[in-house]
Design a protein around this ligand. Structure first.
Ligand code: F0G
Length: 460
């Protein structure tokens, strides 16, 4: 925070979007009608929207200008060529397929790579990645190092994979493992970075067992900047050089460009190897679209090409990571338990610790999310036992998730530090009355990815 005072945002505001504050009574009514699920709210009823950093950021003037140059040709669009060049320049990969967003890449990739019964190890898969693996009959396996589950820590790289367990998994003759995924940064445990050292060693293990390693690289620039700031030997390298070094360790990547692409929609599926790229065509064309647009408008590809160049600028990233750390500091000062170090894209609150009287199966992070919304119109998202809990296959009983988090994800270049202060102040109020906050039960849910649409009611 002290550092935060030393400089200002490396941009000024050229276009504004009004947002409005509502009163508590209105919000109480709205959240009740929404089945106590923050996803069901209308954004007009939200003051500061920290539901996600995905597709919610502000584009630069250069990106808006690029939109006007978009070439909407079905095949061989000029904007596709510009995007391909930006991908080559930033990632180093020659073979790229545009997709409509990250899960589009997952759908194409899992369809071509996963067979029923396969095990898919990774540091910690994101929820849609888990969904796509399960839909193909595969088994997702999280192998994040034990430190990745610690809440308060000063470990600089809590997204690292457990290398011993990775090797054990790959050497287990009973398992069929088609590839390994490294998620950078690791969203599900707090936007935590993976070190270059860990990625190098994981890549060596994969090579030894002849398994390809792919990156889920939605937040690759944030990961690269953390490496620059925290890992020995990287201080003097540019973020782009670090990104190139990262991607050289793998065989390709799946990207939701709604994060570090600095755009509102879009995604990428990239390969080092031409034969896999050609194989992906068989799925890309029926699922996403022709190989030179894959579900993206030409103008969106043009904006993404520009976004990939902007996102690796150090001044941008220093401000971005600084704002998340600032919000974390404000909350820590107010006695709110958050994952430390702060992640790249937001702050993750430990609801288990903050609301200890709510049993995990009554969703304390969901309860906290509802309270924060009612208090100040701030919308976060539950990443706990609703999003990641599962049923025990033997008994059918609900098994809670290890972590019970409320995530406050910060959209890129969108909110100011004063907005962050509003969030912090809301917690002062909530802390004063937290003993009276109760849990929730689910009254309706889907089989897969239930948290998006589940409906709740207060317990008791
Ligand atoms: N992988 C990671 C690491 C993600 O964080 C996301 C999305 C996806 C894949 C899927 O990408 O949304 O473009 O289809 N994360 C968003 C979030 C939704 O809120 O964290 P998508």
């Amino acid at each position: 925070m002290r550092r935060r005072d030393a400089y200002a945002e490396p941009f000024r505001i050229k276009s504004v979007e009004p947002i409005r504050m509502t009163d508590r009574e209105h919000r109480r009514k709205m959240i009740s009608e929404a089945g106590y699920n923050l996803f069901n709210l209308s954004s007009d009823d939200v003051y500061i929207d920290l539901l996600t950093d995905s597709g919610t950021g502000a584009m630069s003037d250069a990106q808006w200008a690029a939109m006007m140059t978009g070439d909407e040709a079905y095949a061989g669009s000029r904007s596709y060529v510009a995007l391909k060049e930006a991908v080559k320049d930033t990632f180093g990969y020659d073979f790229m397929l545009p997709v409509h967003q990250g899960r589009g890449a997952e759908k194409v990739f899992m369809a071509m790579m996963v067979k029923p019964g396969d095990t898919i190890p990774g540091n910690m898969h994101f929820d849609t990645t888990i969904g796509h693996i399960l839909l193909r009959g595969g088994r997702p396996l999280d192998l994040v190092a034990e430190k990745g589950y610690e809440i308060a820590s000063d470990d600089p790289f809590k997204g690292d994979i457990d290398l011993e367990r990775l090797e054990e998994t790959l050497s287990d003759g009973k398992l069929s493992v088609p590839f390994v995924i490294m998620t950078i940064t690791c969203n599900s445990n707090g936007g935590q970075p993976v070190s270059m050292r860990n990625m190098k060693m994981a890549s060596d293990i994969c090579r030894r067992y002849d398994k390809p390693m792919f990156f889920d690289c939605a937040r690759f620039a944030e990961n690269s900047c953390f490496i620059k700031m925290r890992e020995q030997g990287y201080k003097d390298k540019s973020v782009k050089e670090i990104a190139r070094e990262t991607f050289a360790l793998g065989d390709g990547c799946l990207m939701s460009s709604k994060k570090d692409g600095l755009v509102n929609i879009g995604g990428l599926l990239c390969f080092k190897d031409e034969s896999l790229y050609r194989k992906a065509w068989e799925y890309e064309i029926p699922f996403e679209g022709f190989i030179t647009y894959g579900g993206m408008a030409g103008r969106d590809m043009a904006a993404l090409a520009q976004g990939l160049r902007e996102v690796v600028e150090y001044e941008y990233l220093e401000d971005r990571l600084g704002q998340a750390a600032y919000l974390a500091d404000l909350l820590i000062e107010r006695g709110v338990p958050v994952i430390t170090p702060a992640g790249g894209h937001g702050v993750f609150i430990d609801a288990k610790e903050y609301l200890p009287s709510i049993p995990q199966l009554e969703f304390p992070a969901q309860a906290l999310g509802v309270e924060l919304y009612v208090e100040a119109g701030v919308r976060g998202v539950e990443l706990g036992s609703c999003a990641f809990g599962h049923k025990d296959p033997a008994t059918g009983a609900e098994v809670p998730h290890k972590l019970e988090l409320l995530r406050l994800a910060i959209p890129r270049r969108t909110y100011t530090d004063r907005h962050m202060m509003v969030v912090a102040r809301a917690f002062e109020e909530i802390s004063a009355r937290k003993a009276g906050i109760g849990g929730y039960r689910i009254v309706w849910q889907t089989e897969v990815l239930r948290h998006f649409t589940a409906r709740f009611e207060p317990v008791g």
